[in-house]
Design a protein around this ligand. Structure first.
Ligand code: GTP
Ligand code: SPV
Ligand code: MN
Length: 612
């Protein structure tokens, strides 16, 4: 029911979509903004909003010659990352949220959040952003509409998703869409001065998987506020995929061409800040190999007519970890941001109006750090927050694959699971078969990073790199993976499925340093993966899967001793035996919903290890 309120911009001729109009009217009546703006995605709108954000102090315009049409933003120091503790899956039954999510009953959550939303946009503008995840010409375009009171969110959404008039027109008057409600939770009283980064100390990131709704409150940070990304494309998306027979995964997508001109597509699921963007944009160090980018964070995968699994990147931009990004590590990311049209959040500002972060060569003599303070190399503090980010259009990536816009996606040949582990996990191993690969994914472990609020460096299980993003019961999610392994419509055409590999770029040697050089050198691992697909690379069968023999991995020209290579590839049964009780404990969390085949995989692993 829409209450009769006279808010400028609320009554509009831009759409005849009755459900959309009613929802916007309801939210406006609840949050009482000064005006409602329907976003069209135009250049004029971008200029107006960024000018306004510069005026209010949220953005600083960067040097036009270095970073044209680009801006520097600093958040409140408390609003720098995803807040997993405040993220909820609100299914009707608690059981359906499973053991990996926070849960609250939908009615109770809506009650609490309705109180928070009441009047929360006072003194602010309500923006309505029609968006589409994935190509607009998809068979079934995946529409969403985000309501927000943050112009920073609108500007970021314009980079990260296809949005604006074109989308609204395509929605017609009755297209299905995911309503995604967002407020920073910082109303302005008459005469009250705004702060540079308004947000609230109370935060809720709530998902209603049954009604396909998102309600977010209190944070302006990416994953909490750009609701097309993690909230829609992973949490709601995973629930849709379960119901409709497809998969929403936290994966990069790349296209790999061998020196013989053969084309392969690879996806990779690594937890947050564990290397997806870097691998997706990799510049191979081995001659003749070519990588092209399709996506750096999210893949939607469904079976094609031919029974193969096809992946689409639902996003339109890159929201990448800034620190560590440099011409040496990720030159293609540097070339992408060099074209401008980007937002940089919580990095440092140089005296000549450019950006800088740790890992970008020699530090300048003076910077303004992410907290707005003067910084010098002697400061002894990081100039940029470890989770500082660049937000940049994917179309600017110089190695974007031409198939990026294809609504059918690209056929996947290999899936990589990977984590950040100082010990135990070898550089690469190939799973024995699909179910063993699902076991590798389900037991994936990684050290926590700055991408989420909380302690960094703690090893935790992060199944398929989806721990914070599975929108339903994790046991059902594993079952869905097992079901997908039976082929299109359960056809049993398992030879058409991608092969599954488990990688770890982050194993450390006795000196504490990384054993493997990583970045562009990871092309050597991709080469081994392809040669396994082609049946030409040797492997040693170990209890945990197939590991490269020292000769089968191309290390030509690499400054790596035989001992270092052996240490990177080592499968140490004693270390693996220590994992077994941890895996048992992990699986027990899922109770009766853990697919029996995963218990069987664990038993088989135990048996293989005890035979060592
Ligand atoms: P999200 O955007 O949070 O999902 O992260 P991501 O998985 O895309 O990670 P990203 O590629 O941004 O890398 C995160 C951090 O790991 C950066 O600081 C990188 O420099 C570093 N990194 C990436 N790849 C490698 C690698 O192969 N070796 C090493 N040692 N570090 C890497
Ligand atoms: C991640 O944390 O996995 C990210 C950044 O990709 S965010 O959009 O904040 O989720
Ligand atoms: Mn991510």
């Amino acid at each position: 029911m829409s209450a009769p309120v006279a808010i400028p911009g609320l009554d509009t001729t831009v759409t005849d979509h009755a459900r959309l109009r009613a929802w916007v009217a309801d939210m406006a009546a609840l949050t009482t903004p000064d005006e409602v703006v329907w976003c069209d995605g135009s250049d004029e709108e971008w200029r107006r909003l960024t000018d306004q954000l510069v005026e209010s102090g949220t953005l600083v315009r960067l040097n036009e010659e270095r970073k044209p049409n680009s801006f520097w933003a600093r958040t409140d120091p408390s609003d720098v990352a995803r807040v997993e503790e405040r993220t909820y899956i609100c299914s009707e039954s608690e059981e359906d949220a499973g053991p990996t999510n926070n849960w609250m009953a939908p009615a109770q959550m809506k009650n609490i959040m309705t109180q928070l939303y009441r009047g929360c946009m006072r003194g602010r503008t309500m923006y309505v952003i029609p968006f589409c995840m994935g190509p607009l010409n998809a068979e079934k375009p995946m529409f969403g509409v985000e309501i927000t009171d943050s112009a920073y969110v609108v500007a970021s959404m314009r980079i990260m998703a296809r949005m604006g008039s074109e989308v609204l027109t395509a929605m017609g008057d009755d297209a299905d869409f995911v309503p995604a409600m967002h407020s920073i939770g910082a109303p302005l009283e008459p005469g009250q001065a705004d702060v540079e980064w308004p947000c609230s100390q109370t935060k809720y990131i709530s998902h209603f998987p049954e009604t396909r709704e998102i309600w977010s409150y209190g944070s302006g940070y990416g994953g909490n506020s750009l609701l097309g990304k993690k909230c829609y494309s992973l949490r709601i998306g995973s629930a849709m995929g379960r119901d409709e027979g497809w998969m929403a995964e936290h994966m990069l997508i790349l296209r790999l061409t061998s020196p013989q001109g053969k084309v392969y597509h690879v996806t990779g699921a690594f937890p947050s800040a564990c290397g997806k963007t870097n691998l997706a944009m990799l510049e191979p160090t081995i001659p003749g190999w070519k990588v092209e980018t399709l996506g750096d964070d999210i893949a939607w995968m469904r079976f094609g007519e031919d029974g193969r699994l096809y992946a689409v990147n639902p996003e339109y931009g890159l929201f990448g970890v800034a620190p560590g990004t440099d011409y040496k590590t990720n030159p293609n990311a540097m070339r992408t941001i060099a074209q401008g049209n980007s937002l940089f959040t919580n990095v440092a500002l140089t005296d000549d109006g450019d950006i800088w972060w740790e890992g970008m060569g020699e530090p300048p003599a003076h910077l303004i750090d992410w907290k707005g303070q003067d910084w010098t190399p002697e400061s002894g503090e990081l100039s940029s927050h470890p989770n500082s980010r660049f937000c940049t259009p994917i179309k600017q990536c110089p190695i974007l694959a031409d198939s990026y816009d294809d609504p059918r996606g690209v056929p996947i040949d290999a899936i990589l699971f990977g984590g950040r582990r100082a010990t135990t996990i070898p550089l690469v191993s190939q799973s024995r078969d699909w179910n063993h690969g699902v076991f590798q994914g389900a037991t994936l472990s990684s050290e926590t990073t700055a991408a989420a609020v909380g302690k960094v460096g703690v090893v935790r299980r992060d199944p398929m790199a989806m721990l914070p993003f599975i929108g339903y019961h994790g046991g059902d999610y594993f079952r869905h993976w097992i079901e997908m392994g039976k082929g299109k419509d359960g056809s049993g055409e398992t030879d058409k499925l991608p092969a599954i590999f488990y990688v770890n770029w982050f194993r450390r040697g006795e000196d504490g340093g990384f054993l493997w050089p990583g970045f562009g050198e990871n092309s050597r691992v991709l080469k081994w993966v392809v040669e396994r697909l082609e049946g030409t690379a040797d492997a040693e069968e170990t209890p945990i899967g197939y590991v490269p023999t020292p000769d089968s991995l191309d290390v030509d020209g690499l400054d790596l001793t035989a001992e270092q290579l052996a240490a990177a590839l080592a499968v140490n049964p004693a270390e693996w035996r220590q994992e077994l009780p941890l895996i048992t404990e992990w699986f027990e969390k899922f109770g009766a919903k853990l697919p029996g085949v995963l218990w069987a995989e664990l038993d088989a692993l135990k048996a293989r290890l005890s035979a060592e």
